[in-house]
Design a protein around this ligand. Structure first.
Ligand code: AMP
Ligand code: TRP
Length: 355
């Protein structure tokens, strides 16, 4: 099996650390939210700017695990790509592409469907949440196998670090389990054990209407989220109407513990300003929401408006976005294909056609 061992390993015995490489993805199943920006995009840009190799993907194959209108899917994929670039992703320094253009994702996803166990999938809280109160039998097989394709996205590049929001933690643990089981079943040290990067104050931005629920692009209430396409007036109005309690802001961050809505707004402020929670609390200790909310609205508009503006500019030329995604897909494929070829070799598939 040594012919199939990773070039990053010495003698197939003691794995040397894999080259640091970051992979992350966002689903184009709706418009992006402030949660995606703070929990994902903003941190993706920081990682790129630290000089680590970064690969970012609009995961359209994941999006169709629940039915998507084809016209909207295409629009949302371009809009997501525009959001990446507007937020600071440089498509020359990072690889930016959409998943379906690199067939190796689906190919490795299938192999992982044969490695992962049904029981692992049925224990995923996101699967349970998405099927809660519904007939799980009527959901797509793709939705059930979703985490297996996600593991393929990551391991196809031998990525070592994956920046995500808190909600993806369990999926990344499963990705580690798949890598370990594959390595064990085929007696190789081929796939790295991936590290989740869940960092900062905004790993879980909550709904503006309910501080116990995640802010989500799929929430039926548009008032629950700030969309990256919202204009300044809409952002300000949504923050003004955000649910809060009637107390002033406390003197210490610890006192926010049982005040989910207040804590969420303070967290959002801290993440947007690049301040610690303690610093925001010091600055606003004793303030009423009548004072805090306008300050938060001004900050949100100041940070998000340039991004929205740049997204709109980019969206005026969809051909250019498609060109960027195509170029990214070529570069992604050049990394993925040799790794997938080794997987085929390890698993005993005959590959006799040239090229
Ligand atoms: P999704 O929109 O589900 O494709 O998520 C894309 C990325 O954004 C993932 O890394 C998520 O963890 C992150 N994300 C989505 N919603 C939130 C949120 N409300 N707070 C923090 N991160 C989020
Ligand atoms: N499941 C992720 C989400 O909904 C999206 C995703 C798909 C992803 N593939 C990935 C994230 C690979 C990180 C790495 O948020």
């Amino acid at each position: 099996m040594s012919s199939a061992a990773s070039p990053d390993q010495v003698g197939g015995q003691t794995p040397t650390p894999f080259k640091p490489r970051i992979f992350s993805g966002i689903q184009p199943s709706g418009g992006l939210t402030l949660g995606n920006y703070l929990g994902a995009l903003k941190r993706f840009v920081e990682k790129q700017d630290e000089g680590i190799e970064t690969i970012y993907c609009m995961v359209d194959m994941h999006a169709i695990t629940t039915w998507q209108d084809p016209v909207k899917l295409r629009q949302q994929t371009r809009e997501g790509a525009a959001a990446f670039i507007a937020a600071g992703i440089d498509p020359k320094r990072s690889i930016l592409f959409n998943q379906s253009q690199v067939g190796a994702h689906a190919e490795l996803g299938w192999i992982f469907n044969c490695v992962a166990r049904m029981g692992w999938m049925s224990r995923m809280t996101q699967w349970k949440d998405k099927t809660a109160g519904k007939n799980a039998e009527a959901e797509s097989l793709g939705l059930f196998a979703y985490p297996s394709l996600m593991a393929a996205d990551i391991l196809l590049y031998h990525a070592t670090m994956v920046p995500v929001g808190e909600d993806q933690k369990q999926h990344l643990e499963l990705c580690r389990d798949i890598a370990i089981k594959f390595n064990h079943d085929y007696k190789v040290d081929f796939f790295p054990v991936v590290e989740p990067l869940i960092e900062g104050v905004a790993t879980r931005v909550m709904s503006l209407r309910d501080g116990t629920k995640k802010m989500s692009k799929s929430d039926p209430s548009d008032q629950s989220r700030i969309n990256l396409t919202d204009d300044a007036d809409t952002i300000a109005a949504k923050i003004r109407k955000a649910k809060t309690d009637s107390l002033p802001l406390p003197e210490t961050a610890a006192e926010l513990k049982d005040r989910p809505e207040a804590r969420n707004l303070v967290n959002i402020y801290a993440a947007l300003a690049g301040h610690s929670l303690d610093q925001v609390i010091r600055d606003f200790a004793g303030a009423q929401f009548g004072t805090f909310k306008p300050a938060l609205a001004d900050l949100a508009v100041a940070k998000l408006s340039p991004i929205t503006h740049e997204m709109n500019r980019l969206m005026a030329d969809p051909g250019e976005i498609d060109r960027i995604l195509g170029d990214g897909a070529d570069r992604a494929d050049a990394i993925a294909r040799p790794i997938l070829d080794q997987v085929y070799d390890i698993t005993g598939m005959i590959r006799s056609r040239p090229g």
